[in-house]
Design a protein around this ligand. Structure first.
Ligand SMILES: [Zn+2]
Length: 62
C-alpha cells in the first residue's frame, strides 16, 4: 500500500498520516501536524501556516 507523505506546515517535517499527531481542517484543506506544539502554533495563526499544497483537500460533505 502506498503511503502518502504530508508536510507539517509549521515545522516542515515530513510525516505520514499514521504518524501525525493531529489532522486539522482549515479552509477546506486538511493539514497534518507532528506534535501538540505545532498544533498550537497552527491554531494561533492558521493564515500564516496554511499552504494548500502541503495539505490534503478535504472531501466535501454531501
Ligand atoms: Zn511539526
Amino acid at each position: 500500500m502506498k503511503q502518502t507523505i504530508y508536510k507539517d506546515p509549521v515545522c516542515g517535517r515530513k510525516l505520514n498520516r499514521q504518524k501525525a499527531h493531529i489532522a486539522i481542517d482549515h479552509d477546506g484543506i486538511t493539514y497534518y501536524l507532528c506534535c501538540p506544539r505545532c498544533q498550537r502554533e497552527f491554531e494561533a495563526d492558521p493564515q500564516r501556516y496554511a499552504r494548500p499544497e502541503l495539505g490534503q483537500k478535504t472531501p466535501k460533505a454531501k
